[in-house]
Design a binder for this molecule. Sequence first.
Ligand code: GUN
Ligand code: ZN
Length: 484
Amino acid sequence: MAFGFEVLHKDIAGRIGRLRIGSKTVRTPALLPVINPHLQVVTPAELHGMGVEALITNAYIFYRSEQFRDAALTQGLHTVLDFPGVIMTDSGSFQLSVYGDVEVGNRETLLFQQQIGSEIVVPLDLPTPPSADRERAKAELSVTLERIDEARSIVKENSTLAAPVQGGSFADLRELAGQEVSRRGCIVTPIGAVVPLMENYRYRDLVHVVLAAKRGLSPGACVHLFGAGHPAMLALAVAMGCDLFDSAAYALYAKEGRYLTVHGTLFLNELSELPCSCGVCRSQTPESLRRSPDRERLLALHNLYVTLAEIARIRQAILDGTLWDLVDERCRSHPRLLEGYRELLRYAPSLEPFDRSTKRRFFYRGDESCQRTEVIRYHRDLARFDLAGRVLISFSGRSESGFDRYLAFRPPFGPYPPGLGETFPIGQCELPSWDESMVRSGCRGIARLVEENPGATFVVRCEPRWVELVADEVPGIEVLIDED
Ligand code: GUN
Ligand code: ZN
């Protein structure tokens, strides 16, 4: 079988891609719902009907199950689960990290996963918890890499090996792990042991760890974020360059009466309205849902619809080049997500090379927008202007005599030649009335231009309220006051 991953569209470090598994295709970003064969609140056939192209199940459950083991071995997973799409199987690693021991070895689980017809197989990696010290993280990473090496000789042509990226909380180890799995030519590369970070809302640490792994991974790797699937954090994860998600949240939360939304999780018991447009929510009331004998299943369906709709929204945002807007919107739902978003913005200079060059729009959404990749790129590209003589930068956009060149000004970007007024990002930038953050950011653009053109003399004309700020950001520049 042929396996491959192709990136079709980009925004920030996020991508729309196509994962090819033999004759099947999975469009990414994709959610792989977790299926427990013993507890199928929503069946794989129903998932397929909802447009789900791939799912994940735990090989260890099949391995240990009297009910499912033989059927899986003789008929294959696709028949047993009644799912024609791509099936990925996890090894017993998660059980290993939670319960401390599993009764299966690396070779055994890999052979078993292939025997039951899994298309994406996972070795018995060691998910190093975030609290582990460096020595442990390093030792466990070597074991994981040895197991990946062993797996490469075991995994045959009908399956592809997913090579987990471990390394605990240590950025250099995560980066090294990324390099090592990419060097081995693995196409699917899950980033592991991040569940404890997400469970504890440690989104800043999540960003740190994921971006470290991404630095080491090939840009052509299809990156799976193991155990991630809450709709509120998917946009952030995609913006970092994650392509696959797996989540049991839809089912686990339904069991506990929890209702997923893109803004966070609510308790069905606390709802007097169902704020969602899915079929379940439009045909039920919170009261009828609470009393329904099908409550768990209906909640699981709602949870899935919400998550799948968010994946669709993210894909559309990538096509439109509006993923930053979506990340900004989602991450304001929880202060800890906002921390994650701000951490991502701190990495914007390293994300900028991955970002696309033109987008449909740039909406200014406050301070954070000034740190976006588009602003960083604009400031970098200002170095290309070659200026001489007396140059006027006019905040009002009016030219005047007595200057050799005249530039207009658009925050948060900065100076621009009037001829570029229609091009991205200047022409597609939507601003509320100017505030200090955006003007300060624009002035950093002026400072860059001044620095790059020591032969030119720059003069800024602006309203009185910006004079101090301009002088602060561009020390020594001549400022003319626009009285009207
Ligand atoms: N599921 C959630 N995290 C992990 C991980 O680190 N490794 C594996 N194999 N499965 C996981
Ligand atoms: Zn709903």
